[in-house]
Design a protein around this ligand. Structure first.
Ligand code: GDP
Length: 180
């Protein structure tokens, strides 16, 4: 089954967005490999795709060694997953382009991982400010990318962006009808 994964810095609003996209249903986790810490969670959606919840990156509070291990684990998933159709990278719309996000996005490019950007918490900004922040991101991205990735704005508070993101998922794999 196709997999669509979600990643971002901790506190970016990933859990809230996932809840919003899945109508706050209690999701059934698929059984992970026994003995492995459940860093990466797979949820079956509609019996036809996996929503993959990846842990937040950029923890300041863990040791460098822990962080490296953790990153190796996520990178390993991202690089080796054949069924990963798209990785959604979440960024908080209130912040300027962050170094850690830009580095991560650059790495995705090097590894040729298909990804899209989702701006979270859009309800926290006025329309003009939101568009100006998104424009700042695009400008930054254009320094490295000829073509911009798909970009979505969202709010878990108001449900803004939900349909667009779900439609994008359905269109990426046309076998996915009857979305969440
Ligand atoms: P995670 O650590 O990335 O999973 O982030 P959470 O989903 O736990 O959200 C972090 C904080 O941001 C919580 O206090 C949420 O209530 C808040 N939050 C998340 N999404 C939104 C949103 O779309 N709008 C607003 N106003 N707050 C949000």
């Amino acid at each position: 089954m196709p997999e669509f994964a979600f990643i971002g810095r901790s506190n970016v609003g990933k859990s809230s967005l996932i809840n919003m996209l899945t109508n706050h249903k209690k999701l059934a986790k698929t059984s992970g490999r026994p003995g492995k810490t459940q860093l990466i969670n797979h949820f079956v959606i509609n019996d036809n795709w996996y929503l993959v919840d990846l842990p937040g990156y950029g923890y300041a509070k863990v040791s460098k060694n822990q962080r490296n291990k953790f990153q190796a684990y996520i990178s390993d998933y991202i690089i080796n997953r054949e069924n990963l159709y798209c990785l959604f990278v979440l960024v908080d719309c209130r912040h300027e382009p962050q170094k850690i996000d830009m580095e991560f996005i650059e790495w995705l490019g090097e590894k040729q991982i298909p990804f899209a950007l989702i701006f979270t918490k859009s309800d926290k900004l006025g329309k003009n400010q939101l568009h100006s922040n998104v424009a700042a991101y695009k400008k930054q991205l254009r320094k490295t990318w000829e073509e911009l990735p798909p970009i979505f704005m969202s709010s878990a508070e108001t449900g803004f962006g939900k349909e667009e993101i779900l439609n994008f998922i359905a269109e990426t794999d046309p076998s996915l009808e009857n979305m969440v």
